[in-house]
Ligand binder design. Sequence first.
Ligand code: C2E
Ligand code: CA
Ligand code: CA
Length: 536
Amino acid sequence: MKRYSRTGLRIGTYGPIVLLLLALISALVPALIAAPEGHVLPGNASFLVQLWLGHGRILLPLLLFNAALILFGWRHYRALRAQIADRARAAARARTLAMRDPLTGFHNRRSLAESGAELLAHAAHRGRAMAMLLLDVDHFKNVNDIHGHAVGDGLLRSIAAEIARLAPPGAVMARLGGDEFACAFEIAHDDAAAAHAVAEGVVARLSQPLKADGTLVHTSISLGISISAPDCDTVDQLLRRADIAMYAAKQRGRNGVSWFDSSMEKALQKRSELESKMRQGIPAGEFEPYFEQQVDLATGRLSGFEVLARWNHPMLGHIPPTQFIPVAEETGLIGDLSFSVIRQALIEAREWDPELSISINLSPLQMRDPWLAQKLVKLLVETSFPGHRLEIEITETGLFDNLPLAQSIVGSLKNQGIRLALDDFGTGYSSLAHLRALPFDRIKIDKSFILSLLDNPESAAIVNAIARLGDNLSLPVTAEGVERADIENRLREIGVNKGQGWLYGHPMPISQVRRLLAERQLLPLSASGAAARQRG
Ligand code: C2E
Ligand code: CA
Ligand code: CA
C-alpha cells in the first residue's frame, strides 16, 4: 500500500507539468512538420509568428484539444487516486475487523495468537517469562436470560474496560468468544507473585457490581493462570494450561484464582475418559435405578422409595453417583442419564402397591430446560405412571438463578399432581424467601445434620429449627441418613415425619425391592409372580 501512495504523490506533484510539456510539444510538432525547409530552428521567433499567422487555424484547435486532453487526464488521475485511498481504507478496516473483537475492541482469538507470540518472543529474548490469565464470567447466561442481551453486551464491555485498567502496561488482552477473556503480560522469571497480584485484583474488582447498559449487575469470574516454561512455550500451550486452571477455579466454587498444575491435566483426562464411557453407557442401559426406603416415623410403615442412580461399568465396576453426576452435569448428559433411570424406575414401580410413592432427584441443570415439564409428563403417559405417586426432589443450588422458568416448570408439574420436595435443606442458603418462592410440599433435611444429631448440639439445633419451620408452614419434613435407632427415636420426638437411611436398608436394585415388597404383600399378584419366579 505504501508503494502506491508514494507513486501517487510523485504523479500528483509532477503530473500537471509533464502533461503541459507534452501538450506544447504535441502542438509544436505538427507546426514544425508543416514549416518550409531550412526554417526548422525553434529559436527563430519571427518564424513562429509567421507560423501562427499561416497555420493558426490548424494550431488553435490542436492546442484546445490538447488542453482538453490534459483536463481529462487530470480528472481521471484524481478519481484513480481517490479510489486507491478508498481501497486502502477498506483493507485497513477489514484487517482491524479480522483482528479485533468488535464489542470490546480487544484482540480476538486469532490475533491473540500473533500478538501473544510476539510478546512471548520478546519476553524470552529479555530473559523474562509470560503470564497468561484466562477469565470466564460465572453464570453469564443468566445475565442474558434475566436482563436481556443489551445488558449482557454492556457487561462484557465493562468487564473488558476493567481488565484493561488493571492489566500491567504492554499487556495483550483478548476476548476469546462468549464470556471468555485472556490477558497476557511479561513478568520476571521468578515473579509468580506479580501475576497472582494482577489476577487477584481483577477477580476482586469483577466481584463488585458493574454498570451494564444502565443496569447494575452483580457478577463474578473464575480465573486460571499459567506461566511460560521450557515445556510450555507457545501461546496455545499457555492458553490450554490456563483453561485447565480456570476449570479448576470453577470447580472450587467460582469467583477465584487457580494456578495450573500438572495433576489437573490428569484429572481432566480421567474426566474425559469417564465422559466417553458415559456416552456409550447411557444408551447401553448401564445406568440403573436403586431404591432407598422411606419410612413414616410415627407408624413405621414403608411409604415409598427414593430413586438413586447406579452405574455398574463392565470394566471399571461400580462408579458412585458423586463421581458421575457432576460429569454428566458438565457435559450436558444429565438429562439423558436422568430420564433413562427414571423411565426404568417408573416402569417397575407402576406394578407396586399404588400407595407407594417414588421420589426422583432432578439436577439444578435440568431445571434450566424449558421442555423439562413436557418431557416428564410425556414419560408419565408412556409409562402409565400416575402423577400423584411421583415426588421430585430439587436442591436450592442454582434453582433461583432463573426463578420464573423454575416456577413455570413446577406449575406444569403440579398440574399433573406431582409433588415437590426441597432436598438437602440446611446446606444451601436455606432462606425462608427461597422456601416460599416455589410451592414445595416437603422439606428434606440433609444427612450431614442427621448423622451428627446426637453428638453435635449445632446439628440438633438446626434439625429442631427445620422441624418447627416445617410445622409452621405445614410442610412435612423428611430426614435422610438415619443410621441408628436412637437417632430415629430422637427424630420422632422432634416431630420429623419421615426417615430414610441405612437403619431401614441400603439402596437396592429392582430384584431386591420386589422380594421385599412380595414379603410385605405390597406387590399385586402379577408382579409378585414375577418376584417369585426371580427368587426361584
Ligand atoms: P442425595 O439426593 O442427598 O441422596 C442421598 C444420598 O445419601 C445417597 O447417596 C444415599 O445412598 C446416601 N445415603 C442414604 N442413606 C444413608 C445413610 O444412612 N448414611 C449415609 N452415610 N448415606 C446415606 P448416593 O446414592 O451416593 O447419591 C449421592 C447424591 O447423588 C445424591 O444425594 C444425589 O444428589 C445424587 N444423585 C443420585 N442419583 C441421582 C439421580 O438419579 N439424579 C440426580 N440428579 N442426582 C442423583
Ligand atoms: Ca435426594
Ligand atoms: Ca442429601
